[in-house]
Design a protein around this ligand. Structure first.
Ligand SMILES: O=c1ccn([C@@H]2O[C@H](COP(=O)(O)OP(=O)(O)O[C@H]3O[C@H](CO)[C@@H](O)[C@H](O)[C@H]3O)[C@@H](O)[C@H]2O)c(=O)[nH]1
Ligand SMILES: [Mn+2]
Length: 740
């Protein structure tokens, strides 16, 4: 039986949270010993055959499998660390007000990042902001900061409209106790039982039309502006203003000391920030944006709790800050907890999640595993930080360069005080960080395209703990890519960013293990070396098949006892994943697609990520943060909902996938010919036939997209042709090398 440890804050006070270990802990631990022994036996066998290889070809083939299987074993070991002590938490937000007076709740600064109005429609960003402004939290304590790295007047315009709409939307939500506080999501369903709902819906749609008009024109015309103040706000967009080169823009859109909603209640602060940009200084993408916000917010409100959100992650539950507080205000945890991470969960995923973008392992399963150790990784959004965590480890504060940025500083001036605004502008300038430790010892860390992973990891290394909070009703809902190319580009960016950490002096296998112990270190290494999957996946996608085409046997016969070992190792690994996945709330089909996407990424995102990383290290190319598009194409959306894989464009990503699909099919067919026509024995070729067959089953969407589809999402003929040529070339190379 699991033991339940309830944490009571003080004598007699009700508990704020509890947690229990996973029931599978013991099974997991026993299984890893058995399974790992089998893996070692397999590697031993490879080593023996390597030593006894008779020809150069067999030597190289064995070496390839030895390397691939060693990498598989390494990745396997890293994931096991997260199976050793998973825990599940529950919190009791309903008890919070009995433990902490509402007036003692800490203030909350919310950061929302956006970077490009054409890839991240301003109306979506507005929805995210409105959903958090409507939190069930004392309004005077909430400040929402929008960081616009796109430096777009269109986004500012949308937010001016949003500020007006908020004065209707916020009281409507609170007075009617609406759960769904993101207007777009709310109005998707019918709400005729609230008389005002219709009126507000019309208002919302009016705002949408206005914003979309401005978007279409690409600029904010004077006719849309009311009053001197609004005109003034856009005066910074002069002719020389571009997204890469522009001054700081900070605009207070709502000021809680004076702006009231239509029922007369004060509203939370809403502040638009676009940090200064110049082509000559590095801006460090989202990490830079967050650091600028950390400083700007410090000068204006300096709330002790900071929530970071991506523009596409709206709040789906108004009590979320209370849940975070259940941990952040617990006196037993308070001084050690650096952040409380909520999982990324998504809206609009299709029934079987064809692109595996729910990332069940990344966002749910592994965080449970981390949570039983020191805490989950930070995933960039939906995370409540203690501001203090950005300034050195729990026992050693690194003071910022000016006292106003100190996490304990109390801001005693109003938001729009000229001195405050002047300082806010100063700390958002692009030279501010020169000769400072921002991004290195302080704030969000620089040097990786996955600033989230890197920063969370470093905070944990510094001695902070973190909490994984996964309430039943999703706290936040975000957008996932709905076409294959977007999905693969996203994982390629992650793969590159993770390699940047893997090969830095902070590598989890060295630095991480030293700082946090082997289990945490390995858990983080699993991600750092993510791109390494490319090697075994590519090997298994091509080598057994090319050997089969040339009649060469690579694996033990079915009657050989070693065959059983192979079966056990493979089924064990796959089976364990399946059990984990399904018991964590997934379905069999989602799991199936998840494993397919793992292979697809291996052949594309991971492989290309690898190449890109090494080209960059050699100084041959550079890489940037390519923002994922959140714009929905209606046709694409329909195909996505029907579960069709979207190719459409010709991209190098699709070539290895298509080549693999062709080679596997050819090998499988040729294997049959050999067995049935030439009377070959299935015994020896069984494993290779099985692998090719498995490849084929996984490639079904690719065959469909090559041959039987006629919609815009099919594989372009050019890609099919190029891939066929590559497949032949591979065959030719194999023929020449394997047959002698
Ligand atoms: O120069 C930049 C680039 C991006 N962003 C913002 O970063 C967020 C994430 O970008 P997105 O294109 O949505 O990337 P995803 O791959 O979907 O994001 C995941 O991966 C990122 C790291 O690669 C993390 O920052 C995110 O939180 C995490 O959800 C968005 O809000 C962007 O507006 C900026 O503010 N400035
Ligand atoms: Mn995103």
């Amino acid at each position: 039986m699991p033991t339940t440890t309830a944490t009571t804050t003080h004598d007699g006070l009700p508990p704020l949270h509890t947690h229990k270990p996973s029931l599978r802990t013991t099974t997991n631990r026993v299984f890893v010993v058995v399974h790992f022994s089998a893996i070692l036996a397999l590697l031993y066998r490879h080593t023996l055959s390597l030593l006894h290889s008779t020809t150069l070809t067999s030597f190289f083939i064995t070496l390839t499998f030895l390397i691939s299987d060693t990498l598989l074993a390494f990745m396997y070991t890293t994931t096991q660390s997260l199976r050793m002590k998973p825990i599940y938490r529950t919190e009791f937000p309903e008890n919070l007000k009995r433990v902490v007076e509402e007036s003692d709740f800490p203030a909350l600064d919310v950061f929302i990042c956006t970077a490009d109005p054409y890839k991240e429609p301003p109306m979506n960003v507005v929805n995210t902001a409105l959903s958090v402004m409507a939190y069930d939290y004392p309004t005077e304590k909430v400040s929402v900061y929008v960081s616009d790295d796109g430096g777009s007047a269109l986004t500012l315009f949308a937010f001016m409209e949003a500020a007006k709409f908020a004065s209707h939307w916020l009281p409507f939500c609170k007075n009617n106790n609406i759960v769904e506080r993101c207007p777009e999501a709310y109005f998707e369903t019918d709400h005729s039982r609230f008389p005002e709902a219709e009126k507000i819906k019309i208002m919302y749609q009016g705002m949408k039309v206005k914003v979309n008009n401005v978007m279409e024109r690409g600029k904010v015309d004077q006719e849309y502006l009311t009053g001197e103040q609004e005109i003034q706000a856009f005066s910074k967009w002069t002719d020389g203003f571009t997204r890469q080169d522009h001054p700081v823009v900070i605009q207070v859109l709502l000021d809680h000391s004076k702006d009231r909603d239509i029922t007369g209640h004060l509203m939370s602060n809403l502040i638009y920030v676009s940090r200064e940009k110049s082509r000559t200084s590095p801006h460090h993408f989202k990490a830079g944006a967050l650091n600028a916000l950390l400083r700007v917010s410090a000068t204006m409100t300096n709330a002790p709790i900071v929530l970071t959100l991506d523009c596409d992650m709206y709040s789906n539950n108004p009590d979320t800050p209370l849940r975070a507080l259940c941990y952040l205000s617990d006196p037993k945890l308070r001084s050690k907890v650096g952040y409380v991470q909520f999982p990324q969960r998504f809206q609009g995923i299709n029934k079987t999640d064809i692109y595996a973008s729910e990332f069940m392992h990344l966002f749910i399963i592994n965080p449970w595993g981390f949570d039983g150790l020191l805490g989950p990784n930070y995933v960039g959004t939906g995370c409540f930080f203690s501001r203090r965590a950005f300034f050195g480890g729990p026992s050693e504060l690194i003071p910022p360069e000016i006292p106003q940025l100190h996490p304990n500083n109390v801001v005693d001036k109003p938001l729009q005080n000229p001195e405050v605004l002047e300082l806010a502008n100063h700390v958002a300038s692009c030279n501010y960080e020169n000769n400072s430790t921002w991004g290195h010892k302080m704030g969000v860390r620089y040097g990786s395209l996955v600033e989230d992973y890197f920063t969370g990891y470093i905070l944990l290394c510094e001695g902070w703990n973190a909490i994984f909070c996964n309430p039943e009703r999703a706290a936040f809902l975000g957008d996932a890519p709905i076409n294959l190319l977007d999905a693969l580009n996203q994982t390629k960016r992650w793969a590159v960013g993770l390699l940047e950490v893997a090969f830095s002096k902070y590598s989890p296998v060295t630095y991480g293990v030293r700082a946090m112990g082997p289990l945490m270190g390995l858990g983080f290494a699993y991600y750092a070396f993510w791109a390494f999957w490319a090697i075994p996946i590519t090997t298994y996608a091509f080598v057994p098949q090319l050997a089969l085409l040339n009649g060469i046997t690579l694996f033990p016969k079915v009657s050989d006892p070693w065959f059983l070992l192979y079966v056990f190792v493979a089924l064990g690994a796959y089976g364990e994943e399946l059990v984990d996945f399904v018991l964590s709330g997934g379905t069999f089909l989602k799991w199936w697609n998840n494993q397919r996407m793992w292979m697809i990424r291996g052949l594309s995102s991971f492989a290309f990520g690898f190449v890109e990383y090494f080209l960059k290290s050699l100084g041959i190319s550079t890489h940037g943060f390519n923002v994922t598009s959140k714009v929905l194409d209606e046709d694409q959306r329909k195909r996505y909902e029907q579960g069709m894989m979207e190719f459409g464009v010709s991209s190098p990503f699709f070539v290895p996938l298509t080549v693999a699909a062709i080679v596997n099919l050819a090998a499988f067919a040729w294997g049959h010919v050999k067995i049935f026509r030439d009377g070959g024995s299935l015994e020896g070729l069984f494993v290779q036939m099985f692998i090719a067959g498995f490849g084929i089953v996984n490639s079904v969407p690719i065959y469909e997209a090559m041959i039987s589809r006629n919609d815009k999402g099919k594989i372009p003929t050019k890609t099919s042709l190029v891939s066929t040529i590559f497949a032949f070339a591979l065959y030719a190379v194999a023929y020449v090398t394997l047959r002698n």
